[in-house]
Design a protein around this ligand. Sequence first.
Ligand code: PMP
Length: 310
Amino acid sequence: MATPQAYFKGQIVPLEEAKVGVMTHAFNYGTAVFEGIRGNWNAEDGRLYLFRVREHYERLAQSSHILGLELNEPIDRLCELTVEIVERSGYEEDVYIRPMVYLSSEVLGVRLHGLESDVLIFIAPFGPYLDIDKGARCHTSSWRRVDDLGIPPRAKVTGIYVNSALAKSEAERNGFDEAIVLNADGHVSEGSGENIFMVRDGKLITPSPSDNILEGITAATVVELAANELGLETVERPIDRSELYIADEVFMTGTAAHLTPVTEIDRRAIGGGVPGPTTLELSRIFFDVIRGKSEKYGSWCTPARVRVAS
Ligand code: PMP
């Protein structure tokens, strides 16, 4: 049976023992940066493959740097701790690992300086987030994406996720699966927790980092796979809402969402309302890669927990 573990206050402990006090700064003010890392279960060889762990910790370090938070642990150590937590927890299914750097001081007062920060890591079982077979039905959110001038969205700050939660809840309450969020100047930014791509005239097109997106690790993966395996170029440029309606295909990428086709936007079918050929081909390659089935991209996957034969 699985027993989830966490790294908390410098030690690996059972998850149920990792608790913070009510006065914790990050709990009161959203002053934390975080990551989400997937562990993808491969039943054939009885291992979980952790996807691009180092890149996630590098982005965590960048997020900390933007906020001026101190990350007290070296990236190598955080990668090792992550594997250890996964192996000790004992899951034989897809998991999600949540590292966080948070202001742990138990004091009142809004600021980022002169406070203590801590690192925590926890794990939870985590199946599919959106329907990757049928595709997602999306709508354009009435909420706008936070701006670099307000809270920089290239830093994965916990407090920013109120913006994502507003968009996601609005979408679901209106009967859709996911939101497409525009930035303040009206261009497409991203989903509530995913980057977005469209296929038009044999090219992948996606918003650029200055459209207030989170610079996604899954998106970078898909761009590389599309170029190497399908000879497809990716163009970064502003995208209008109405351009998505007439795209040949649209899909979203993210650690939780993996690669999810978008089959409907604002009640308009995209590409005939079914996942398109480029999306399907990219998905096939992507899912092999993340489950450790591709030697060529093996360096992106860190294996954890070889199953002991019973
Ligand atoms: N945008 C937002 C707002 C997200 O929360 C995420 C998920 N981390 C992404 C994009 C996708 O990023 P990644 O592929 O690195 O998970």
